[in-house]
Structure formats: C-alpha cells, structure tokens
Design a protein around this ligand. Sequence first.
Ligand code: NAD
Ligand code: LMR
Length: 338
Amino acid sequence: HPQNSQMEESCVLKPLECRAKGGAPGFKVAILGAAGGIGQPLAMLMKMNPLVSVLHLYDVVNAPGVTADISHMDTGAVVRGFLGQPQLEGALTGMDLVVIPAGVPRKPGMTRDDLFNINAGIVRTLCEGIAKCCPNAIVNLISNPVNSTVPIAAEVFKKAGTYDPKRLLGVTMLDVVRANTFVAEVLGLDPREVDVPVVGGHAGVTILPLLSQVKPPCSFTKEEVEYLTKRIQDGGTEVVQAKAGAGSATLSMAYAAVKFADACLRGLRGDAGVIECAFVASEVTELPFFATKVRLGRSGAEEVYQLGPLNEYERIGLEHAKKELGESIQKGISFIKK
Ligand code: NAD
Ligand code: LMR
C-alpha cells in the first residue's frame, strides 16, 4: 500500500553527524554469529561491558535487527552491524578480540562431533577472514566441536603465516561455570565462592573436572565424585534434551562467554593474575591442544599451567579423555591439511 510505505519511510531518520569524535577508551570486539541463540544475549552482555568501546555484530542473517536493538542500550560501546560474507572484512578490521559462536547447535541424539561437517567449514572461512583483517586479535572460539574447531583455526592461521598459539583460545568456560554450580549445590555453598578446575577438552569424557583441586578445599564421597563428574560431563546434553530439538545451551553459554571474554580483555589491559581454564596449544600432555588453567595477559594465554596432583580416579579419567581428544584434534588438523 503506497500510503503505508510512505509512513514507514518517514520513520527512517537520516543519520546525524555525531559531535563527539574518537569514542571512549576501550577494546574493539567482534561477535561472529551475533544473531544466534548465543550471539544475541552475548551481544547484549558485551554491550554492558565497560571495557568494550566498539562492538561489531556479524552474522549471515538478521544482523541489522539485532544491531538496531542492541544499539539503543545506553552504555558506552558503539555498535555496528555487518551482514553476510561481503561485509566480513568490515566486521573484522581493527578488532582486538573476536568471539565466534557461529554454527549449528546439537539436537537430541547428536554428539558435538556430528556438527563437524557443517561447522568446520564455517570456522575455516571466518578464521581466513581473521588472518587477513585482524591477525593480531585474540580469538575466543565457541563453535562446536571445540576439540576439532580450535585445531582447524590453528591450521588456517599457520597456512596464512599469522599463527600465534597464545592468541587462540577454545572456550571451555561453560564447563567451569557448570562445575562451580553443581559442586556448590552438593556442598551447600554459594557458587561464587567455588572454583573447580576443568581440564581436557569440551565433549563427553574429554571434560575432566578435577574435584580433588576444588577451592575452598573440601572432600567428596565416592558417590558424590561419580555424580558430579557425570553431571559436569553431560551438562550440555542435559540442556539439549530439555530443549527437545530447539537447540543447546545459549543463555548460560552467553554468560560463560562474556565471563571469559572479560577475562581476556582484563589480560589485554595488563591486569595481573587473570587465570581461567581454556582449550589452548599446550605441552602439558603429549597432545598438541589441551584445556587447563592459563594466565591471560597482554598477548593472550601467556602461561599454560600444569595439571597439578591428580588422584587415581582423575588419572584414569585423563587416559580416557586423551584418547578421544587426540582423535578429535587429528580430525580437525586433517580437515585443513588434506
Ligand atoms: P544458533 O543456530 O542459534 O546460532 C548460530 C548463528 O550462527 C546463527 O545466527 C547463524 O546465522 C550463524 N551463522 C551460521 N553460519 C555462519 C557464518 N558462516 N558466519 C557467521 N554466522 C553464521 O546456534 P547457537 O545455539 O548460538 O550455537 C552456536 C554454536 O555454539 C554451536 O556450534 C554450538 O554447538 C556451540 N556451543 C558451544 C558451547 C561451548 O561451550 N563452547 C556452548 C554452547 C553452544
Ligand atoms: C554445551 O556444553 O552446552 C555446548 O557444547 C552445546 C552442546 O552441544 O552441548
């Protein structure tokens, strides 16, 4: 209807030239997959982070709508939207931190590895863009299967000649967030007081909570250890089943992603003692990648910590974890090398 379209057009305001130049101090952050289940709440939480001065939201669908929505929040970060492959370079140029939750999620009955065929190609394309446009950015990789997508990203960066192992981090923070929550429930504590190291990788038995190293120091019965280990390892599947076909964890993941991204930004700022678990290039085991505690600094994961003392139960868990993890890492490497 001509009258309607005229009315709609009259609602579109021409942009004014802003008076302020330069913008607030802070970091430039891009989210790739920003219109997705994780991407949207993650974008909202990043817009609330005072360390962020510029927030680029990239997706292959719906980026303009999410950007318009988020941009009305009266916080410091300037928000810009980027839609589709031709705008990827604009989204990435000048970024300090790139967070990647792009890709398909699981449905009930699927493993994370079942996502490999679709997500491997998505991660490759996005990382080629990073190598070209912001090779010095810190990369937080969320897309599953993390155990394979991080090795894929590393191979893409190696091929491009931009690989710095310190700057590539697979996000395993949700495993720590879950572990803190479930352990606090069992101990009757506030989860904010609990710190559970979770090492290995991010799928099934590769997720290895070190319950012998929980802070504050505590002890568990054999039944509690078995219950907690299984609940932490199956946390993702618990959500996938409860959502019954509508996807996997998005809200707790956005929370975990922003907690981890904030730690990376505090490290970049030069804060001392920023330590979180992440899946990184590692010499802690014989595998080329492994999740452990890392110290985050101006150049990314500046120090990768050893596992510390393990009990018998954890040593057996570690052997199971390494077997599956080794295969997933190799699958990722072969995807680029073949
Ligand atoms: P979703 O389907 O809701 O959103 C994914 C978004 O990615 C969509 O908006 C889609 O358009 C976008 N996308 C697809 N191809 C793209 C491309 N080439 N470039 C840019 N964007 C693209 O899925 P979700 O629930 O947000 O989950 C995203 C991924 O995160 C999944 O692979 C999921 O398994 C993973 N995940 C990881 C963790 C973790 O702990 N690391 C936790 C939860 C989910
Ligand atoms: C999670 O741990 O919630 C994510 O890896 C999503 C999934 O598929 O379980």
